[in-house]
Design a protein around this ligand. Sequence first.
Ligand SMILES: [Zn+2]
Ligand SMILES: [Zn+2]
Length: 339
Amino acid sequence: MRAAVTRGENVMELVELAPPGEPGAGEVMLAPEVVGVCGSDVHLFHGRLGQVFPRIQGHEISAVVQAVGPGADRVRPGDRVAVWPVLACGQCYACRIGRENVCADIAIIGAHVDGALQERLSVPASQVFAVGDMAPAVTAFVEPASIGVRTVVRARVTAEDRVVVLGAGPIGQAVCLAARDRGAAVLLADRVPERLEHARAMGAQEVVRGDAAAVAGPLREWAGDDGVTVLIETTGVPAVVRSALEVTAPAGRLVLVALSHEDVSLPLGDFPIKELDVLGVSCCTADEFAHAVDLVRRHADAVARLITDEFTLEQAADALAHVAGAPPELMKAIIRVAA
Ligand SMILES: [Zn+2]
Ligand SMILES: [Zn+2]
């Protein structure tokens, strides 16, 4: 079978590997069809996540079940599935309180263990969620959508909230979808106009274009007397984080989703004075992943339009370079693993 192996920083090679044997007890063998490429793939490719190479990447996965091991009866051969990439220890503090998505000993499929940029992949049956007849490219968006689901759970978003999402990349779009699904009013802001074109289809009622300084005024105006009760920061840009803290209303929730390697200085007094809840988000729980399957199914047409770029497995390194370059018209790039 063919596999795109990340050998080291910025080095990816297409190689022939022996396929895995029959799935063991509780395992399923998958034939990956489509893998979505995201910012964290680029960080990993550039060696910024402290991972061990070689590694086969790919954590936003649509696949077809090829074979099931003993006891792995939640799916059948032929089922199309989305893959929840979180492998947790089940023992640590986070796992014991139901937050296995931040397990102290977490292994994410496609980051800490091999992912789906290969023609066969065996995973525990607990990771696969049947999606029915959903298209493969749409199915691969379930994983990013699941971050949106997790985000609105963490932020306790209700129909009363005025939710501002800073950054209209795939995660920003996913957050819009999930927040709107809870009945909240949503505003999406970005400096790149092309990214905002998807906003209304993803549930945003208002869009604002501009950098952090330019959008603060319009955000406040839109939020009205209650102010921005929930602010979701998806950019990881220091100036945007500072602005996010400034515009979040007293008693509001400020959620940080971006994986950023930047340092930022913040006026510390704002946290107690406004009694803000500052929340981080990473991956999601199994229940939230199941919810994301349902959310994506109900919005499959809008999600399909987020796919702006397609690559083959041979072009996997090009796909990563393309996403790293962040051209304005890029929303979601996918790699078709199956020819
Ligand atoms: Zn991702
Ligand atoms: Zn754990």
